[in-house]
Design a protein around this ligand. Structure first.
Ligand code: SRM
Ligand code: SF4
Length: 569
């Protein structure tokens, strides 16, 4: 049971807020019904997060509305809990309808394998969540100081092992979901049961010190970036049997510019557990962080800092004490890529899967590319699954041989294949949301990276590298939502039009990059990267990746440990 020791007064104010929230209820019910403002109270904005909902405002309208003496244009971002990232095509059609009815007519596929809606007004919020509920989906614990959406190597239809791992992601998610009925009462009009409810079994009244993230990877794919997570499980298989998992702890991407005590950190492998031990390990590891994570300083509250402060040996011993058994020694494994496959893949059961690259995960209808309509038509034709990837892409999964020509013709009709063949560089790129909705963005990301890729593509083509993948990721601030410190080329926003450029992560996702140039604009980005790309074309060794090349030629030093991550002043 969560029994935090120092008096609440000595802790971060959010601890008191959680403690006094009546298990995440606060005054949300009243706040949502208040027609005078488009916002909820400051305290309630913290609590909506635990229900998967963020209050935002359109940042581009701020000054105009201030001039007109209007409150900011408040709106809500709504994030689904979708462990393992699969929905049926029927569910997709329902979500598509909700996006057009209540949100900004787009669906946003995230780096954690789920959906976000943007631009939902307060007056529509309940109806929107009820629509999600009607699709048998929910937004519980998609944000907040809890275990977040559990991610897994994409597409459970790929093999029985993928299916097992997907099922485990769902079981972990269900097991670690808050038990409070607040969500049901606030959004789904459930009556509160008289006599109160028991305290959360794992979370207590103050939940976790900070968010907690779990990923499951099936080698050779490291699409989930398993080392970027608080807790990770790397599947160990033998002759297509799942034997268990190597357990990783202490990964995280977020940092703050100019604050050397904050840094991204790659997780360490601490042992091996059997399949039937996974839920137990996940629960106990989360509870270790619940009890030892920093509740005074939210900038130091992620599990990675608990581990840096106390050490890996301590972490493993504390876990094993709670489990009542020891983890086994880690087993051998090998990752080859963090990328998704491209286009058609034949599954082991003769079914087909089509991976569609979705630029920055944004599903929208643009005049030159009616992607949202196309995916709607495919969803109507394909009675199966859509599997989201942690690279913000979409897999149309489990297509029969007979149905394949129909899907292919729809892909062509809506311009998703053929003329829209994307370069390898673009297919390996990701950008976070950033402006105009993200309140923390310092620079553009999703709206800018495509144009920068156009320019880098020209250099790549001229160098004869049109088909060579380089992992490129951009974020609008150092929080790392697109995991930029694991990109061969990472851009991290510093100010409008200015980025820190990081180089030299591995293609397999097991080495972070290092600062290459600080606070530069587009012209300098191009000028500094073009010669390296050209040299890469001429001087690379057989099979050498760009991230390895830049280290070999001395453009940056290799990263060895999180603590060494280079923080500019
Ligand atoms: Fe994130 C906060 C978007 C994955 C690290 N993230 C935010 C917020 C909610 C901004 C806010 O707090 O006001 C962003 C909402 C923007 C918007 O308008 O939609 C936001 N994060 C995203 C998404 C949508 C990016 C995307 O382009 O897909 C991803 C949604 C994931 C999901 O479905 O659950 C997203 N965020 C990540 C990841 C990647 C991952 O988890 O694999 C990270 C780095 C990994 C990690 O947690 O260490 C990440 N987001 C953060 C942080 C920094 C946390 C830290 O330890 O310092 C923040 C800020 C915070 O928590 O204070 C943040
Ligand atoms: Fe917003 Fe920063 Fe995350 Fe981008 S990385 S979505 S700018 S918090």
């Amino acid at each position: 049971m969560n029994d935090i020791s120092p008096p609440l007064e000595e802790l971060h104010p959010n601890e008191r807020l959680k403690h006094d929230s009546d298990q995440l209820r606060g005054t949300l019910r009243e706040g949502l019904a208040d027609p005078v403002t488009g916002a909820v109270t400051d305290d309630d904005t913290q609590l909506t997060k635990f229900h998967g909902i963020y209050q935002q405002d359109d940042r581009e309208l701020r000054s105009e509305r201030r001039k007109q003496k209007l409150e900011p244009f408040y709106q809500f971002m709504v994030r689904l809990r979708l462990p393992g990232g699969v929905c049926t095509t029927t569910q997709w059609l329902m979500l598509d309808g909700l996006a057009r009815q209540y949100a900004n007519a787009t669906l946003r596929l995230t780096t954690r394998q789920t959906f976000q809606f943007h631009g939902v007004l307060k007056r529509n919020l309940k109806a929107h969540v009820q629509g999600i509920n009607a699709a048998l989906l929910d937004t519980m614990a998609a944000c907040g100081d809890v275990n977040r959406n559990v991610i897994a190597t994409a597409n459970p239809l790929r093999s029985p092992v993928h299916r097992q791992v997907y099922d485990l992601a769902n079981r972990i998610s269900a097991h670690l979901r808050p038990r409070s009925r607040a969500y049901f009462e606030i959004f789904l009009d459930e009556e509160r049961v008289a006599g109160g409810e028991p305290e959360e079994p794992d979370y207590g009244r103050t939940y976790l010190p900070r968010k907690f993230k779990i990923a499951l990877a099936v080698p050779p794919d490291n699409d989930v970036d398993v080392f970027a997570h608080d807790l990770g499980f790397i599947a160990i298989t033998e002759a297509d049997d799942l034997l268990g998992f190597n357990v990783t702890v202490g990964g995280g991407m977020g940092m703050t510019h100019g604050e050397p005590k904050t840094f991204p950190r790659l997780a360490d492998v601490i042992g091996f557990c059997r399949v039937e031990q996974v839920i137990d390990v996940a629960e106990q590891m989360m509870c270790v962080q619940r009890d030892f994570g920093d509740r005074k300083d939210r900038g130091h509250a992620r599990f990675k800092y608990t581990i840096e402060d106390r050490g890996l040996d301590w972490c493993r011993a504390e876990l094993e004490r709670r489990l009542g058994y020891a983890l086994a020694e880690p087993r051998a494994y090998r990752f080859e890529t963090t990328a998704d496959p491209n286009g058609w893949q034949k599954g082991i059961d003769g079914k087909w899967h089509f991976t569609l690259f979705i630029e920055s995960g944004r599903v929208a209808d643009r005049t030159d590319y009616p992607l949202m309509s196309g995916l709607r038509e495919i969803a109507k034709a394909h009675k199966g699954d859509y599997a989201l990837t942690t690279n913000q892409n979409l897999i149309i999964a489990g297509i029969s041989k007979a149905q394949k020509p129909k899907i292919q013709s729809l892909l062509e009709r809506y311009g998703m294949v053929g003329t829209r063949q994307q370069s390898a560089l673009r297919r390996h790129s990701m950008a976070c949301v950033a402006l105009p909705t993200c309140g923390l963005a310092m620079a553009e990301s999703e709206r800018y990276l495509p144009a920068l890729i156009d320019k880098l593509d020209t250099i790549m083509q001229e160098a004869g590298l049109a088909d060579d993948p380089i992992v490129v990721r951009m974020t609008g601030c150092p929080n790392g939502c697109a995991r930029p410190y694991l990109a061969e080329i990472g851009f991290v926003g510093k100010a409008l039009g200015k980025y820190n450029v990081y180089l030299g992560a591995s293609f397999e996702g097991d080495r972070m990059n290092r600062l290459f140039r600080e606070n530069i604009g587009e012209a300098e980005i191009i000028d500094s990267l073009a010669p390296l790309i050209r040299d890469y074309a001429r001087q690379r060794q057989a099979g050498e990746r760009f991230g390895d090349f830049v280290i070999r030629v001395g453009a940056v030093k290799p990263m060895l440990a999180g603590r060494e991550f280079q923080q500019p002043a």
